[in-house]
Design a protein around this ligand. Structure first.
Ligand code: FCB
Length: 445
C-alpha cells in the first residue's frame, strides 16, 4: 500500500484536543473547564490522574508542531479550549488565551501545515455548567459568542472548521452515564443536552459560513459498526436500536431526516425539548462530515437495560484475538463499513476519517518504541479505507488519533494512542515505530 493509491487530493493528518494535551490549566487567565473540575472528583479518573500538565502543549507547541512537520503530516487538527478564550464562558474575553491559538496557527502555517480547528472538544467552561451546560438552551447563544469571537480572530488563516467533536460521546458519557464531565446522569439531562448539541451544529455552522470566507465547515461523529450477537430476531432488532442511538441520532437531523425515533421509540422523549422552528433549524449543509471509528460493537437483546433493551457484549467476553488498552476489539472492517454507511446518506459532500488509532502499552528501550500492534492496526485500517476508496465511496481523507500520548479522559494516562511516546515525568518525546512508518508512508509520492 502506498500513498499514491489514495490519489493526490486525499488529505492526510493527525488529530489532537486541547484538554488532553495542553496542560497549563490555570495559565494566563484561563478559566476552569468542566474537565478541570471533574478530574478533581474522587473515583472518576483511573489512579486519580489529572491533566493539569498533560503534554504541556501550551508551552511545547512549537516542538510538537515541528514533530508534525518531521513526520511529513500535512494537516494538524487541534481544538480550542473555550475557557481559555472566555474564562467565565461569555462576556470578557481573555486576550492571552486567544494569542496562544494565534501562535499555534501561525506556527503551523510557517511550517507549511494546514490547521484544522475543532471549536468544541468537550472542555466546556465550568461557569456555563453552573447554569446547566448543554442542558440549558442558552448554550446556543453562549456558543455563538465564543465561536463568533474565534472565527473573527482566526478566520483569515484557518479555513477548516469543525463545530463539535462527537456529540454522542460527550452527551452520552457526560450527561447520561456520568462517566465523563460533567458527570450528570439520566434521560432528563441527556435529552436536552443531545437536542441542544444537535441544534448547535447547524447554528454554529451557519455562523462560520457568514464569518469566514472560503471556509470548509464540518463537524465530527463517533461511529462503530454494529453486529448482532446472533442471527436471532431479538438480537437483530436490538442491533437496530443500538445503531439508532450510537450512529444515527446526531447525523440524521443534520441531514433533514429528523431523529431516528421509528427505530428507537425511547428517543421520543427528545421531542419535549423541541420548540417551534427547530425542525427547520436542525439541518445544515456541511461541507464535510468527520467520522471517527475505532472498533465495532456486538449487540445482544437484554430486558435488563432500560429504554434500549440491548447490551454491548464486551470484546473480552467474546474471546477475540486483538483487544486494545481501551478494551476495544481490533476489527479493521469496521472502518470500511462506517465509510459505506455514511456514504449512503444523501447530502454529505465529503467524508473524512477525522480520528482512528489504537492504544497499547508501550516501552521505550534504547530510545526506541517498537509498537508493532499499533503499526499493524493503522496499516490494516488504512487498507480498509483504501478498499472503500477503490469502491468509489465518499472518503477524502484520514487523520490518525493522535500525535503524542496524552490524557485519555477517564482512563487517565493508561491508554496511550500517540505516534509519539511521551515520558510524562520528563516530557521527553520519542517517535514510535508507528510514527516512523506514517512519516515514510507519507513521504512516498
Ligand atoms: C475519541 C475522542 C478523542 C480520544 C479518542 C480515543 O472518542 O474524540 O478525544 O479520546 O476517542
Amino acid at each position: 500500500m502506498v500513498r499514491a493509491e489514495f490519489g493526490s487530493e486525499f488529505e492526510w493528518g493527525v488529530s489532537s484536543a486541547a484538554f488532553q494535551t495542553e496542560g497549563a490549566w490555570d495559565a494566563e487567565g484561563k478559566g476552569h473547564s468542566i474537565w478541570d473540575v471533574f478530574t478533581g472528583r474522587k473515583g472518576k479518573i483511573k489512579d486519580a490522574q489529572h491533566a493539569r500538565i498533560a503534554c504541556n502543549f501550551y508551552h511545547c507547541y512549537r516542538e510538537d508542531i515541528a514533530l508534525v512537520r518531521a513526520l511529513n503530516i500535512p494537516n494538524f487538527r487541534f481544538s480550542v479550549a473555550w475557557p481559555r478564550i472566555f474564562p467565565a464562558g461569555v462576556g470578557q474575553p481573555n486576550p492571552k488565551g486567544m494569542d496562544f491559538y494565534e501562535r499555534v496557527v501561525d506556527h503551523c502555517l510557517e511550517l507549511g501545515i494546514t490547521p484544522w480547528l475543532t471549536l468544541y472538544h468537550w472542555d466546556l467552561p465550568q461557569a456555563l455548567q453552573d447554569k446547566g451546560g448543554w442542558t440549558n438552551r442558552d448554550i446556543l447563544f453562549w456558543m455563538e459568542e465564543y465561536a463568533g469571537y474565534v472565527t473573527r480572530r482566526l478566520g483569515d488563516r484557518v479555513k477548516h472548521w469543525m463545530v463539535l467533536n462527537e456529540p454522542a460521546v460527550f452527551t452520552g458519557a457526560g450527561y447520561f452515564f456520568g462517566v465523563h464531565a460533567p458527570g450528570l446522569t439520566g434521560l432528563r439531562n441527556f435529552f436536552p443536552a443531545a437536542h441542544h448539541a444537535t441544534l448547535a451544529m447547524g447554528q454554529i455552522g451557519r455562523l462560520i459560513r457568514s464569518e469566514v470566507r472560503g471556509a470548509q465547515i464540518g463537524t465530527t461523529f463517533s461511529c462503530s459498526s454494529i453486529h448482532p450477537a446472533s442471527g436471532g430476531e431479538r438480537d437483530v432488532k436490538a442491533a437496530i436500536r443500538a445503531d439508532a442511538l450510537i450512529n444515527r441520532l446526531f447525523i440524521e437531523p443534520i441531514l433533514g431526516m429528523g431523529y431516528p425515533i421509528d427505530d428507537l421509540k425511547a428517543l421520543r422523549g427528545i421531542e419535549k425539548y423541541m420548540q417551534v422552528g427547530d425542525e427547520k433549524a436542525l439541518p445544515f449543509d456541511f461541507d464535510f462530515i468527520g467520522i471517527q471509528n475505532y472498533t465495532r460493537e456486538v449487540v445482544a437483546s437484554s430486558f435488563f437495560v432500560p429504554y434500549l433493551q440491548a447490551r454491548l457484549v464486551p470484546a473480552a467476553k467474546r474471546k477475540v484475538p486483538g483487544i486494545t488498552a481501551m478494551g476495544w476489539e481490533v476489527f479493521p472492517p469496521a472502518i470500511y463499513e462506517m465509510i459505506k454507511k455514511f456514504s449512503a446518506y444523501p447530502g454529505i459532500p465529503k467524508l473524512f476519517v477525522t480520528e482512528n488509532g489504537a492504544a497499547f502499552p508501550d516501552q521505550v528501550v534504547s530510545g526506541r518504541v517498537k509498537d508493532q500492534q499499533r503499526l499493524s492496526y493503522l496499516q490494516d485500517h488504512l487498507g480498509q479505507v483504501l478498499r472503500a476508496k477503490r469502491e468509489g465511496l465518499n472518503v477524502h481523507g484520514y487523520f490518525v488519533w493522535t500525535l503524542t500520548d496524552n490524557f485519555e479522559w477517564a482512563e487517565g494516562y493508561h491508554a496511550p494512542f500517540g505516534l509519539v511516546h511521551v515520558d510524562f515525568a520528563t516530557q521527553q518525546r520519542t517517535v514510535k515505530d508507528s510514527g516512523h512508518w506514517y512519516a515514510s508512508f507519507l513521504s512516498e509520492q
